[in-house]
Design a protein around this ligand. Structure first.
Ligand SMILES: [Zn+2]
Length: 364
């Protein structure tokens, strides 16, 4: 991903982890070994139970009669998903003021594995970025969205219609202490963020009416229920029935997307930076560099980013001299990480530059 320098202090004292490409790959691999994975002998029964067996596997939630999705809007579109405020539907139907329809973007697609970007031949069909698993991947990728000005203009996600935000602030949680583990414990904490509840460990847990994450577990449940039941009140008309159906189809996309967002947080919890509040995002110059973790202890993240992306992206071209490998926070850390291989007498890892569009300034 292409991200402009992030708030400096936060960079050194807080911690981010996997690249979005790694999150996407984790997710599609998880899908493939799940009950929904096509190779799973029980997947046909699960698809039938969900009613998915009647859908086109390549474009399961597409509404062919609708206008193509092009930017955030107020009405259902062909490949759109719904982004709704917590209050949506609490105030009655259709509550158009609390819902928006959003589109898949080039940014999502550019962070997916090569087969989904159609860079290599695959049996995934003409629009792999719209398959079931791609909707899950999209959620896992977009969960790391930062404010717009963190990105180069040429390659950034669309802006959150409910407020530009750094979503990653909600990705930290130390289970041992039940705290975020960020400096001064700022942020909602990963558990509250992912559940969408104010106090998930108390019973009964209730949805947070002010939650900023609209793709939390309670949102996934609401999207699922609404995908099955949404129907605006009033006289039954052909146009009205059609619109309800279009919205339900967009809500199915939101359901899978929300699950992808949730899976991202689970993935983050498998990283020491997120579950132990370890410093991250290496700084090479200035006094802030004294807060750095040693490169050796940063190896977990660098190694996972490298191994996952390289393992699945099937690299074949050695990098040009001086080309970064895209596994570390910045070229400086990259050099130090690679130097570890030299010092250990090991072969240097080859470059990932072919598959990743640009060098990240932070990893999230
Ligand atoms: Zn994250």
């Amino acid at each position: 991903m292409n991200v402009r320098p992030f708030i400096l202090l936060f960079c050194v004292s807080a911690s981010w982890a996997y690249e979005v490409e790694t999150h996407g790959l984790f997710t599609v691999e998880s899908f493939n070994v799940s009950l929904l994975g096509p190779a799973n002998p029980t997947s046909a029964a699960v698809y039938a139970r969900l009613g998915f067996d009647r859908l086109n596997v390549e474009t399961p939630f597409q509404q062919p009669g609708l206008a193509a999705c092009a930017g955030i809007g107020n009405d259902p579109k062909q490949d759109a998903y719904v982004d709704a405020q917590p209050a949506w539907l609490n105030l009655g139907f259709p509550d158009v003021g609390n819902r928006k329809f959003r589109c898949p973007t080039a940014y999502d697609l550019g962070s997916m594995p090569p087969a989904y970007r159609r860079l290599i031949t695959s049996p995934l069909g003409a629009s792999p970025e719209l398959r079931f698993e791609a909707w899950l991947m999209r959620g896992a990728i977009r969960e790391d969205d930062l404010k717009q000005d963190r990105y180069a203009k040429s390659n950034r996600p669309d802006i959150d219609p409910w407020g530009d935000k750094d979503r990653v602030i909600g990705h930290f949680y130390v289970p041992v202490t039940n705290t975020p583990g960020t400096p001064l414990n700022v942020g909602p904490g990963g558990l509250n963020w992912v559940m969408g509840e104010t106090s998930p460990l108390t019973s009964p847990a209730v949805p947070d009416p002010n939650r900023e994450n609209h793709f939390s577990y309670v949102d996934a449940q609401r999207n699922y229920f609404s995908a099955l039941t949404y129907k605006a009140p009033g006289a039954v008309t052909g146009a009205g029935t059609r619109k309800d159906s279009d919205i339900r189809q967009n809500l199915w996309a939101s359901t899978l997307l929300s699950v992808g967002h949730i899976v991202h947080i689970l993935q983050d919890q498998a990283s020491p930076q997120h579950a132990r509040g370890e410093a991250h995002n290496y700084i090479c110059r200035g006094f802030l560099s004294i807060f750095n973790q040693a490169v050796a202890t940063r190896t977990y993240e660098n190694f996972i980013n490298f191994r996952v992306i390289r393992g699945k992206f099937e690299l074949d071209a050695p990098s040009p001299l001086g080309q970064p490998n895209y596994v570390a926070t910045n070229p400086c850390e990259e050099q130090r990480w690679i130097r570890m291989f030299d010092e250990a007498g090991q072969r240097r890892p080859p470059s990932l530059a072919k598959w990743l569009p640009s060098l990240p300034s932070v990893s999230v």
